[in-house]
Design a protein around this ligand. Structure first.
Ligand SMILES: [Zn+2]
Length: 69
């Protein structure tokens, strides 16, 4: 994946520095992801697109994902 070659950076979420939940490092690669979420209304299923921000730990690769509002 060529897009993983960007420089890892520190991330802040709501004023809090993000730390990896697994290894506690603070350097992450940033990704924007498109998510399909389904909501069932009666017999129909509506697919909606939502965007999310993903931060991949530069050390261990743990993926932290935040849905954008
Ligand atoms: Zn990590």
């Amino acid at each position: 994946m060529k897009s993983l070659s960007d420089e890892p950076t520190r991330i802040e979420i709501d004023g809090q520095p993000l730390r990896c939940h697994h290894c506690s490092r603070d350097q992450f690669h940033r990704r924007r992801l498109r998510r399909q979420t389904a909501s069932a209304t009666g017999m129909r299923v509506d697919w909606q697109e939502a965007m999310s921000q993903a931060f991949i730990c530069a050390h261990c690769g743990f993926l932290h994902e935040f849905l954008t509002h």
